[in-house]
Design a protein around this ligand. Structure first.
Ligand code: SAH
Ligand code: SF4
Length: 347
């Protein structure tokens, strides 16, 4: 029999599970409280009888993750390499801003999407993360630094909408006032464009910020950078984004990673402005973080500013993303399992 991951369950689910086993509902509240407060074993639950703890152990388990390695950047950004209960490794990044701490978490071990510029994509896909494993990335970093994290971005390893059910469960748990209590307005989810799931997410009308990794203004260019564009093209993606805006009334953030002389030309800027005309949106320009794996070159900063100016002249709001943690390979698209890198580095 497989043990059930109780840390990935909502209070309602624990209550109904307990009910069907003949356990009083108030016990579910007690157990849930211990779990959200970070209990790592049933033995820590001192207001639960020993015999009940023993029967819980026969059915459920509480997953944990361990800090395998920690790298600290000169700008204060901290990258964690976490080891999960099955030995798999993932990375998360803790950033300090003026308004508080923000954590970039992973949603999968690896990624299936294979975008040409992204290191995570190159390592292939191993498995989805459970909701508990997303929560643990935040809880561990909070404990390690004795801080409260106020913002979360789902922009680490993996494609969140390719792990839709677990991500939705995570969002419910992390925003629960009895748990970490991080409100939806403090959460951003980044997707490469899994169109059917953007529609599903829109119907949920959550108040989170949706970031859409666009990176190109036409299908020819986007096909060459992102395999997902062959499944859902730009027209499909923009229609889904318009539906999302209609349902949620939230502004979409389009991510645009800039590769020198590939997608950073004046023509691309004009085409992008035309594509996004009239939408409730904002463009976030990200100079490519270079890796040996992709061999692509980042846009010269003058080209990034010129691109931004064209967008703004055409009435499209644009910002340039400040890159944090470059010296420790914590920047966007550079996350991968360290163990894997070391294996590859062997002579
Ligand atoms: N899979 C999701 C979220 C994780 S990637 C997605 O693709 O949106 C987070 C962001 O980093 C995405 O916008 C992605 O396009 C961007 N990114 C990936 N590789 C990058 C690189 N080498 N330089 C800059 N940004 C990169
Ligand atoms: Fe996956 Fe996002 Fe990297 Fe593309 S950019 S390979 S979707 S993690």
């Amino acid at each position: 029999m497989e043990f059930i991951d109780i840390k990935s369950m909502t209070l309602g689910e624990i209550e109904s599970d307990f009910k069907s086993s003949g356990i009083e509902p108030y016990r579910a509240k007690q157990v849930y409280k211990w779990i959200v407060e970070g209990a790592e074993s049933f033995d820590a639950m001192t207001n639960i009888s020993k015999s009940m703890r023993a029967s819980l152990r026969e059915e459920y388990f509480i997953p944990t993750i361990a800090i395998e390695r920690k790298s600290i950047s000169k700008d204060g950004t901290i990258k964690y390499l976490y080891k999960m209960f099955d030995g798999n490794l993932i990375e998360s990044v803790l950033m300090k801003y003026k308004h508080g701490y923000s954590m970039c978490i992973s949603t999968q071990v690896g990624c299936k999407m294979g975008c040409s510029f992204c290191v995570t994509g190159k390592s292939g896909f191993t498995r989805n993360l459970n909701a508990s494993e997303m929560l643990l990335q935040i809880e561990k970093a909070q404990k390690d630094n004795n801080i409260r994290i106020s913002n979360i971005v789902l922009m680490g390893m993996g494609e969140p909408l390719d792990n839709y059910e677990n991500v939705i469960r995570f969002l419910e748990l992390v925003s629960d006032k009895n748990g970490l209590g991080i409100g939806m307005r403090h959460i951003s989810l980044s997707t490469c464009g899994i169109v059917d799931k953007i529609y599903d997410l829109a119907d949920k009308k959550l108040q989170l910020t949706l970031s859409v990794s666009l990176h190109a203004p036409n299908d020819k260019l986007r096909n060459s950078m992102m395999k997902i564009n062959k499944r859902w093209n730009i027209k499909d993606l923009i229609s889904a984004c318009k539906y999302y805006i209609l349902k949620t009334n939230r502004r979409i953030s389009f991510e645009y990673t800039m590769v020198e002389k590939v997608n950073d030309t004046k023509e691309c800027a004009l085409e992008l402005a035309e594509l996004l005309k009239g939408m409730l949106c904002h463009v976030n320009l990200i100079p490519l973080n270079e890796s040996d794996e992709s061999g692509m070159i980042k846009s010269n900063i003058n080209r990034v500013y010129a691109f931004k100016n064209i967008l703004e002249k055409k009435g499209i709001n644009a910002t340039i993303r400040r890159t944090l943690g470059e010296d420790i390979e914590a920047a966007c698209g550079l996350l991968k399992s360290r163990a894997q890198k070391e294996t590859e580095d062997l002579p």
